[in-house]
Design a protein around this ligand. Structure first.
Ligand SMILES: [Zn+2]
Length: 328
């Protein structure tokens, strides 16, 4: 996607500061390895001030232009990046300022009010739509009462998961999965969730982030695992049907594994390091690991340091730290 607002890489030869923009998930395109883009929705007007400005807090976020500026982050391996949090945090639903992020980028009122922030979204087998207690039945119909898929993936080892029909590739990419294979179709989110819960006892349903960013997991024969799943749960439930699929392989732009400490804006407003890779929604920096998804709604600037500070070493470009001292 290159719109008129797209920032071309050739303008990034010098040190550039991009933003401020409101952080959202990285956009991921097909490729071997996958290609990553950081999209930069402009910070809404009036957002630069104090996060406690009550006037501004009443205003909803302005609508975003159709074509957002973006840069290909996966083309910047070996470059030093500095993310600076302006202090402003925006609710991704209503656009208002919030002091704290709930449910990945929501203000507290939206977190308590929205059906998409209800507990059942994280635990689909607890969907309570049929009890008539859905926070927003219209949203429930458009999101939960729709065809879903149950899949097996290998991210930091095997796991079972669910996603809406057609969303599986994006889901696997977001998770940093190396392999994915569909297992079953389900008529609703809850039906998929019920099979997931039964299979999670055998396969697990979580990724271990530390393992994910430390190495690539060994390949798994997902056909064998799918066969095992059918043995474990021969009757997958009403509206659920096992399907055949091939195993899909994914690869990520990683030149070097980072130290496995979390980088975030809890104790500092600036995160900086040489980009050595991207996997799932994690930026791998030579100073640690930054989870982009966890920072949805944070207003930041992104500084991409000059490429003339890079010296290619054995095919992998790395920053020359001596020439960067004056930058800080
Ligand atoms: Zn809100």
């Amino acid at each position: 996607m290159t719109g008129p607002n797209s920032t071309k890489l050739d303008v990034l030869v010098a040190t550039q500061t991009l933003g401020p923009f409101v952080m959202r998930r990285l956009r991921i395109d097909a490729g071997e390895p996958l290609r990553y883009f950081v999209t930069m929705p402009p910070a809404p007007v009036g957002s630069r001030g104090s996060a406690t400005s009550t006037d501004d807090a009443q205003k909803p976020a302005k609508e975003l232009p159709e074509s957002l500026p973006e840069i290909e982050l996966s083309a910047l391996l070996g470059r030093r990046l500095t993310l600076h949090h302006t202090g402003v945090l925006r609710c991704q639903a209503c656009g208002n300022h919030t002091r704290k992020s709930y449910s990945q980028g929501h203000c507290y009122p939206c977190f308590k009010r929205l059906a998409s922030c209800d507990l059942c979204v994280m635990a689909p087998h607890r969907c309570h739509y049929d009890k008539g207690t859905c926070r927003d039945p219209k949203w429930g119909e458009s999101f939960c009462m729709q065809p879903h898929l149950v899949y097996l993936a290998n991210s930091s080892g095997i796991k079972v998961g669910i996603t809406r029909a057609g969303q599986q590739l994006g889901r696997w990419r977001d998770q940093g999965a190396l392999q994915g294979r569909l297992l079953a179709t389900a008529s609703t989110r809850r039906a998929a969730g019920e099979l997931e819960v039964q299979l999670a006892k055998e396969f697990g349903d979580r990724s271990q982030w530390r393992a994910l960013v430390s190495s690539d997991a060994d390949p798994i024969d997902l056909d064998v695992a799918a066969h095992r799943a059918r043995e474990l749960v021969p009757e997958p439930g009403e509206g659920v049907r096992y399907v055949d699929d091939e195993t899909h392989s994914l690869s990520y732009p990683v030149a070097a594994w980072p130290p496995t400490n979390r980088l975030n804006f809890k104790k500092t407003d600036t995160v900086s390091g040489v980009l050595t890779g991207i996997k799932g929604q994690y930026l791998l920096l030579d100073s640690g690991v930054f989870n982009v998804r966890e920072h949805t709604g944070y207003e930041v600037t992104l500084q991409v340091h000059a490429s003339d500070t890079i010296e290619p070493v054995s095919g992998v470009p790395v920053a020359n730290s001596a020439s960067q001292i004056d930058l800080f």
